[in-house]
Design a protein around this ligand. Structure first.
Ligand SMILES: [Zn+2]
Length: 408
């Protein structure tokens, strides 16, 4: 059955401990070791967690679990394409192989995993769904407690309580440090995005916390370089879902040129949104510009609110937005993915800014048209220049629409 353990740092050795640091750091499998002023080795890679030095030990013990009868409570049917994705994941799981599911934003990736998760629950296996963003963990948790009403689900981020006996963990990648060869099934969401990109530390944590014979499912809407490499070398199985659940095309961005951010072009566009109370999300490259732009709109009698990583009551603002208490929301790339609003239109201001990479622009574009009743929202990139990222993003979206057509 392999190891399946949780791990913590202790000061003295006993029967089930290993040295925390010998040739490498056994907690994060890194070899970036340094000597501190007491002449003790420590690991620089996992330094931000509880301290671990060559004087410490790692206590590994099987996690106490409770055998439960699980139930999958699905009140809707998956689309034909979603069933294909579902089968892909299920087959990977049965063959104990890793797979990469490439699906456009709004394809219903989480729902495609449910059948496999349920099977793993029934097999009494250990399951982790890894999601980098806390906001999205919260959203997924809400859905999961409905899908799996008899299952114990534990969210792991920041200082959330660690429920050792949970059946499913919804975790940020950083929290995987708690586990040692624990998981039979790992689903890793948004692998192409921050913080995964080129992060060897996190890939080591993923490897360390999964059992030798396990299934890893990577899901994402865009492919980064390292994913393309994995797929091209056939290290993982690959499957593309080029369509949304409602089968409408992805919305293609319109490029609009302006002389600068505070030009009349943008204002006239936004005024009509204010007038007809249509929902508009405006992406801005930085927090400082966010504030300036907000003031600029205010000065022009346009009512808007802002949300960024620095905003205190994010949840309340998002709730108010959802309830139509206001209709124009200004944000940074914080809301680039995962979050769904009905009837959404999107503007990207200064889309030629470096922060808007191809991947980010594809994700942002994916916010539009997710809703069956409003599949063709407006999507405009405002900029002075046309960047390679903008052109590539448009190409990717068009290609996905075409591949969908080919796949039908
Ligand atoms: Zn380490």
């Amino acid at each position: 059955m392999g190891h399946r353990m949780i791990e913590r740092v202790v000061r003295s050795p006993s029967s089930n401990t290993v040295k925390a640091i010998d040739e490498i750091c056994n907690r994060c499998l890194g070899d970036n070791l340094k000597v501190n002023h007491n002449n003790v080795l420590y690991c620089e890679d996992c330094y931000n967690y509880q301290t671990v030095t060559s004087n410490h030990y790692l206590k590994r013990k099987p996690r106490s679990r409770i055998k439960r009868k699980h139930k999958l409570n699905l009140k809707f049917n998956l689309s034909k394409l979603q069933v294909l994705g579902e089968n892909f994941i299920y087959n990977c799981y049965n063959l104990k192989e890793s797979g990469f599911l490439h699906a456009v934003c709004g394809a219903g990736k989480t729902e495609m995993c449910l059948k496999t998760i349920y099977q793993a629950l029934c097999n009494n296996e250990s399951i982790c769904f890894i999601i980098p963003r806390v906001e999205i963990i919260k959203q997924v948790y809400k859905r999961f407690i409905e899908y799996f009403p008899k299952t114990s689900i534990c969210c792991l981020y920041q200082n959330q309580e660690f429920v050792e006996s949970a059946d499913i963990f919804l975790s940020t990648p950083h929290q995987l440090i708690k586990f040692y060869e624990e998981f039979d099934l790992m689903i890793i969401d948004e692998v192409d995005a921050y913080p995964f990109v080129n992060n060897k530390f996190l890939s080591r944590l993923i490897n360390k916390s999964s059992k030798n014979l396990s299934t890893k499912i990577f899901i994402s809407a865009t492919l980064g370089e390292s994913e393309e490499k994995l797929i091209n070398t056939k290290k993982v199985k690959y499957f593309l879902i080029p369509s949304r659940y409602h089968n409408y095309d992805l919305v293609i961005p319109k490029f609009v040129k302006y002389s600068n951010v505070f030009s009349i072009k943008i204002i006239t566009h936004i005024i009509s949104y204010q007038k007809y109370k249509k929902r508009l999300m405006v992406f801005v490259p930085s927090i400082s510009l966010l504030k300036k732009f907000h003031k600029y709109l205010n000065d022009n009698n346009i009512n808007s609110r802002i949300i960024s990583s620095k905003t205190k009551y994010k949840k309340l603002i998002l709730k108010a937005y959802e309830n139509d208490d206001f209709n124009i929301l200004l944000t940074t790339t914080l809301l680039e993915r995962g979050i769904t609003f009905k009837k959404l239109n999107v503007f990207v201001i200064e889309s030629d800014n470096r922060i808007f990479s191809k991947e980010v622009l594809v994700q942002i574009s994916g916010r539009v048209g997710r809703d069956r009743n409003y599949p063709k929202g407006e999507l405009i990139f405002f900029s002075r220049f046309k960047t390679k990222a903008m052109i590539e993003a448009k190409k990717v979206l068009k290609r996905m629409n075409k591949e969908k057509f080919d796949a039908m």
